[in-house]
Design a protein around this ligand. Structure first.
Ligand SMILES: [Mn+2]
Length: 343
């Protein structure tokens, strides 16, 4: 884990990029601001040095990210299986951005990537990275993959190519993954990079508006319902959680991304150290975990919810029904009560 690439990594990255003709940029399923930001920042950068990359998303991004330049040119695996197979089979270089285990790209893309013959360049900030030949740039202390993409371009000696499109994408990922510059992992270097991006001419207020000020009324009503009717607080365990069933989501015309950040509202309650949000999908329940302080939700999710992430933010899944899932969560919380409260 390092902020800095080794001289060997820089040399190899430069050679792989300069010699590649068919570069495919990949990111994780259910792409968020950092996934879209890092993938399209790399896309715009590679174009600036004369490459014609394919940016591949396992599935579509939520509406609030569709404004990003050339989002509409991304290849979406769920919508074009054949195009995806061809792109990965033909690739002579693959970027893995904002994920560090192939399964995070979903079953379909992950099975294709595992058979790919091209070398990989991994740039990612999640815990416990898997093996990724040839370049593995992992920094679990970074607040976002986007700031690592900036450092990657900088350390490879190409920062002179920074343009407004690259800058906008990098700022988008830093802003969304750092909770608008407030999480613990935000560093001196995060602000230095943000400063350079603003110096490149970007309109940070507009990016913020595009992401956060485009709510539909249904979304606000869903959030209101979740907070007033579905928030359960367990003060004895310093824990709060929210759950939403498919029926409840449909009542408010749920669209992907509508419940983004809801778990943080539960965590914001005074005295709460662990928060969870459970959303019922078609075949499984998606879980999000957040913590304040030392309670490690990455391990919690890896051990009990088939997921992972960061120390203070992680995701997982449950194949049980909602009642069983919530029961399991409450039992685990009681079991970990001391650890949670002490953190
Ligand atoms: Mn990220």
């Amino acid at each position: 884990m390092s902020r800095i690439l080794t001289p060997e990594q820089i040399d190899l990255s430069q050679r792989l990029i300069l010699n590649a003709n068919k570069i495919v940029i990949t990111t994780h399923k259910s792409p968020d601001g950092d996934a879209i930001g890092s993938a399209l920042a790399m896309h715009h950068f590679l174009k600036s040095i004369g490459k014609a990359p394919i940016t591949l998303l396992p599935d579509a991004a939520p509406d609030f990210l569709h404004w990003v330049k050339e989002y509409d040119r991304c290849l979406i695996a769920e919508e074009d299986a054949q195009g995806t197979e061809e792109a990965i089979a033909d690739a002579d270089l693959i970027f893995s951005l904002d994920y560090n285990h192939l399964p995070r790209t979903g079953d379909f893309v992950s099975s294709l990537l595992s058979k790919a013959t091209a070398p990989f360049i991994l740039i990612d900030h999640h815990q416990q990275p898997g093996e990724f030949p040839a370049v593995r740039y992992s920094d679990t202390s970074a607040c976002s993959t986007c700031e690592m993409v900036y450092r990657f371009i900088e350390q490879c000696g190409w920062i002179g190519h920074l343009n407004l499109d690259i800058a906008t994408c990098i700022y988008l990922g830093i802003m969304t993954d750092s909770g608008s510059f407030r999480y613990h992992q935000v560093s001196h270097d995060t602000h230095r990079i943000a400063g350079e991006l603003i110096a490149a001419g970007l309109d940070h207020a507009e990016i913020h508006r595009n992401v956060y000020d485009t709510n539909l009324m249904d979304k606000l009503k869903l959030i209101g319902y979740a907070l007033s009717e579905k928030l359960i607080v367990m003060p004895e365990h310093a824990t709060a959680f929210i759950s939403l069933t498919q029926e409840e989501l449909q009542r408010y015309n749920y669209r992907q991304g509508d419940t983004e950040g809801l778990v943080n509202q539960a965590l914001s309650i005074r005295g709460i150290k662990l928060a969870a949000f459970f959303r019922e999908g078609n075949n499984e329940i998606k879980a999000s975990f957040r913590s304040k302080g030392a309670f490690d939700v990455n391990s919690f999710s890896r051990e009990h919810w088939k997921g992972g992430g960061h120390i203070n933010a992680a995701g997982g899944i449950s194949s049980e029904n909602m009642n069983t899932t919530l029961q399991k969560f409450q039992e685990l919380v009681a079991q970990f009560s001391e650890k949670i409260s002490a953190s």
